[in-house]
Design a protein around this ligand. Structure first.
Ligand code: ADP
Ligand code: MG
Length: 687
């Protein structure tokens, strides 16, 4: 037996169980052993029966003395199981385990059974009660050594498979598996214990100390696997055929000279870094991040001019059509005087067959469009540089698509993010990119004052906004999308619009949301940009990049529904001119969590601090949301909390590639295996 052995081939695992495990995604011995317990119960010594409500959960063992099913109000059911302390010296311990409407538990319990129960006890009347506890029936004394008198693993289970059953199967597998069949993949320099030991301890720890050691080993293995794949793609990128896409810089100098302001030091630094990369005959892969309003577009534009000057095309891909259109106008106004041909390719124009692919000249030097440019024949003739103004993660797959669009030679790639990224994350999410940071805002930016207000203050807020508008300023009113449906979205937008039109009358208002056709959207934005419309009532379509320096007030309704980074990004739409700006976070939430979140924005406008705080509050697990990549990459590790281990893995991975890029040395056999596993996982995600 080894880690590849399918569980169905093991005679001591009943077929039915092996099939259930397979449905659960656990096919091989290795899969099973990497299905780590979701928690542990210290069953060496059970907790005393609680006599009052406790902060945390308790784990007790007792004997069933009574069960009781109560029905009330139609089909409502309550099922109580009374257990008593089976330790005769601790007289008097009693506890009620209680379930509501859980049909399945009713058949399980009988008087005299021994039960281990886990949960948070609460006093209710004269009883101590645990609602919907985790529990396990203690069935067979012969197997006590597996299930009791130890730190017992509680594995994630599923219908038909109880934690007890999985524990027994894992135990049996570990009994039969020799240490030789489990090669250690981590170099001993990184971690002293063997993989076989670590896996055994993860499931059946001898002590909490050895569990910690085992966990460290397994987390490092995950991190090293990931960093090896990062290091591998870095090393491949470096050997990929590329071309230099860097002109003399004359056009760029003309652009800079025509600007009404000097570049910030950070912009100059970033441009120099990009220029250096562009001049090398290998593909650039660079991340440009910085706070909202730090002037990333100008860095991108400079890079694109360098590229155009060397005879190649440059493309800018924005996450939304509004942004693509705004970039287009911005580029046209700055680059027309230099005689650069800029073209816009938008979704709406693509739909008509008659219309040309590009608005503007048919052989554009600079193309601007949405990310769709990547996926559809964009008509690049000679793409030298792609700038991705990103919203979502731009990963390996997208890069591959881009290459396919660009021909044999990989283009240079510059990824721009909307908000700053904590260092912790650049190393994990963008580990294969070089990084440029704009850590400086242009001088003379207006201050932003942020406040939290309950909805009852809406009239006051409206009054305040009106005075600002009367003084010649403009404002945004943002509300979150509650409904996914098209009809309801349009309806709620209309309701909001009517409400605000009344509140701000007679000021001219405009409304924009996701369901408005693109041409109309552009007209509305133009009206707001020109100052004809004073207030823009909007969903988050204005989130990224919209740039109207005269707008000085933003009111965000139901602010608690937005994430911190998103709120910061929204707020970045104001404070762009010299005037003092105001952001009102309207919320009816009064839970400490929501308030703490919003309070961060009251305290700081520094995007790096907001990003760190966001990460701290939400943790790694939630950060990527539905994005599968994050979840499947790490079962155990938390790259935020375990940054030191990530750093260790990273240094090690890069060191290995530096000395042995093909991983052919014997001591790198483990690393090679880890890399193969990482690649397999990536492919699994693709298909
Ligand atoms: P972001 O980094 O959020 O994408 P933008 O590139 O949209 O920021 O720039 C925000 C605003 O700042 C734009 O109006 C731009 O013209 C202006 N800007 C950019 N660089 C400077 C600078 N060095 N000094 C003053 N204003 C600048
Ligand atoms: Mg931008």
């Amino acid at each position: 037996m080894n880690l590849e052995t399918p569980l169905v081939e093991l005679d001591f695992v009943p077929h039915l169980r092996a099939r259930q495990l397979a449905r659960f995604g656990l096919v091989t011995v290795g899969d099973l052993l990497l299905h780590f317990p979701r928690r542990y119960e210290d069953r060496r010594e059970f907790d005393k029966f609680p006599t009052d409500t406790t902060e945390g959960a308790v784990c007790v063992c007792g004997e069933v003395t009574r069960t009781q099913l109560k029905r009330f109000g139609g089909s409502q059911k309550m099922f109580d199981v009374m257990i008593e302390d089976s330790n005769p010296t601790a007289f008097g311990g009693r506890l009620v385990l209680r379930w509501f409407n859980q049909h399945w538990v009713e058949k399980i319990f009988a008087n005299g059974m021994r039960v281990v129960a886990y949960g948070k006890p609460k006093r209710s009347g004269s009883n101590m009660t645990i609602m919907h506890p985790d529990f396990e029936i203690v069935e067979d004394d012969a197997e006590e050594s597996i299930h009791l008198k130890r730190i017992a693993p509680i594995h994630g289970a599923t219908e038909g498979l109880t934690p007890r059953l999985i524990r027994w199967i894992v135990w049996s597998v570990l009994e039969k598996l020799t240490d030789e069949a489990v090669p250690t993949l981590l170099p001993p320099k990184l971690d002293p214990v063997s993989r076989a030991w670590a896996l055994r301890q993860m499931h059946f720890p001898e002590s909490y100390e050895s569990l910690e050691k085992a966990r460290r080993h397994c987390v490092l293995e995950e991190f090293l696997r990931m960093q090896l794949s990062v290091a591998a793609s870095r090393s491949e990128q470096q050997h990929e055929p590329g071309a230099a896409h860097c002109g003399s810089g004359e056009l760029m100098r003309q652009l800079h000279a025509a600007l009404p302001f000097p570049l910030t030091g950070a912009q100059q630094r970033a441009i120099a870094e990009v220029q250096h990369d562009l001049a090398l005959p290998r593909p650039m892969n660079r991340l440009l991040h910085g706070d909202v309003g730090s002037g990333k577009t100008l860095v991108a534009m400079s890079a694109m001019l360098l590229c155009v000057e060397s005879g190649y095309q440059a493309a800018l891909m924005a996450p939304t059509q509004i942004l693509a259109e705004q970039h287009y106008l911005n580029f046209r106004s700055l680059l027309d005087p230099l005689g650069i041909r800029v073209a816009l390719r938008t979704g709406s124009r693509r739909e008509g067959n008659e219309t040309p692919l590009f608005a503007g000249d048919s052989t554009p030097q600079i193309l601007i469009g949405t990310h769709a440019l990547l996926y559809e024949g964009a008509g690049f003739t000679k793409l030298g540089l792609a700038v991705i103004d990103e919203q979502h993660k731009f990963g390996v797959l997208q890069r591959a698509k881009l290459r396919a669009q660009a021909g044999d030679i990989a283009p240079d790639v510059l990824v721009m993010t909307a908000t700053p990224i904590p260092r912790t994350l650049t190393m994990t999410l963008y580990g294969d990119l070089d990084v440029s940071i704009l850590d400086e805002l242009p001088p003379g930016r207006g201050k932003i004052i942020t406040g939290i207000r309950p909805p009852t203050k809406l009239p006051d807020a409206a009054k305040f906004i009106r005075t600002e508008l009367e003084a010649g300023r403009q404002c945004y009113i943002v509300y979150p999308l509650v409904e996914e449906s098209e009809k309801l979205e349009a309806k709620s937008a209309t309701v909001e619009f009517e409400k605000w039109k009344k509140l701000l009358a007679p000021m001219p208002c405009a409304m924009i949301h996701g369901r408005i056709p693109p041409e109309e959207k552009e007209q509305i934005m133009a009206r707001f940009r020109s100052g004809e419309a004073k207030a823009l009532i909007a969903t988050t379509v204005i989130e990224v990049g919209v740039d109207v320096p005269n707008a000085t007030v933003m009111l965000i309704e139901n602010a608690e529904r937005f994430g911190l980074a998103q709120l910061h990004q929204l707020r970045g739409r104001i404070g762009r001119g010299g005037h003092k700006s105001y952001c009102v976070l309207m919320t009816s939430a009064d839970d400490p969590e929501s308030i703490a979140k919003l309070q961060v924005l009251v305290e700081t406008t520094d995007g790096f601090r907001v990003a760190e705080e966001d990460l701290r509050q939400r943790g790694w697990g939630n950060l990527l949301g539905t994005e599968q990549a994050g979840k499947t990459t790490f079962r155990l590790g938390d790259p935020i909390a375990q940054l030191d281990l990530m750093q260790l893995a990273r240094n090690h991975a890069f060191l290995i590639f530096e000395h042995d890029p093909t991983l052919s040395r014997r001591e790198h056999a483990g690393a090679k295996q880890l890399l193969a596993a990482a690649r397999k996982a990536t492919f699994a995600q693709v298909s």
